[in-house]
Design a protein around this ligand. Structure first.
Ligand SMILES: [Zn+2]
Length: 154
C-alpha cells in the first residue's frame, strides 16, 4: 500500500480533481500522529464505511503493515455493525478539500493509536449520510465533479 503524509495532495487523484487530500495512509517505519480520538468520531467513521461510495473500482486489498504478522483484519464489528476493511477508500467532503482515507483507517485508530488531523475528524462528524444526494452534492461543489463523473464510466 502507498504511503502519503496526512493532508498531502493525494496522487490517487482522479484526473481533473485536485482537491483530494490524503488521510491515514500509514506505513511501517513512517512516523504518524498518535493520540486519543472521540468515540463519536470512530462510530461515524464506521458508519461511512458500511457501504462507502467509490469513484472507481477498488485496486485490490490493502494490508496493514503496522501489524507484525497478519496484515490486519479483513473486517471489524463495532456495535453490531460489521464493515469490510482493506479494499475500499472513504471520501469525506471538507472545507474546500475532499479527504481520501483507506478503509484500514478504522483499524489504525482502533489498534495502532493513530490520531487523524482534527480538521478531518470534524469533517467526518458533519459528513452527510454516505451516498446521499447531499453527500454527492458536496463532493461536486468542492471540485469533485471529475471524481463523481469518473464513476459513471464504470
Ligand atoms: Zn494493524
Amino acid at each position: 500500500m502507498s504511503h502519503f503524509d496526512d493532508l498531502a495532495p493525494c496522487p490517487l487523484a482522479v484526473k481533473g480533481c485536485e482537491a483530494l487530500r490524503a488521510i491515514g495512509w500509514l506505513e511501517r517505519g513512517r512516523p504518524y500522529a498518535h493520540g486519543d480520538v472521540d468515540e463519536r468520531f470512530f462510530e461515524s467513521l464506521v458508519q461511512l464505511l458500511v457501504h462507502p461510495w467509490q469513484p472507481a473500482a477498488a485496486a485490490g486489498r490493502h494490508s496493514c503493515s503496522l501489524c507484525k504478522f497478519i496484515g490486519g483484519p479483513g473486517q471489524i464489528t463495532y456495535k453490531d455493525t460489521t464493515i469490510t476493511l482493506g479494499s475500499a477508500n472513504v471520501f469525506v467532503p471538507g472545507n474546500g478539500v475532499i479527504y481520501v482515507a483507506p478503509s484500514l483507517l478504522v483499524h489504525y485508530v482502533d489498534a495502532h493509536d493513530y490520531q487523524p488531523p482534527s480538521e478531518f475528524v470534524e469533517a467526518v462528524l458533519r459528513c452527510p449520510p454516505m451516498r446521499s444526494m447531499e453527500y454527492l452534492r458536496q463532493l461536486k461543489a468542492i471540485g469533485g465533479t471529475a471524481l463523481v463523473n469518473a464513476r459513471k464510466g464504470m
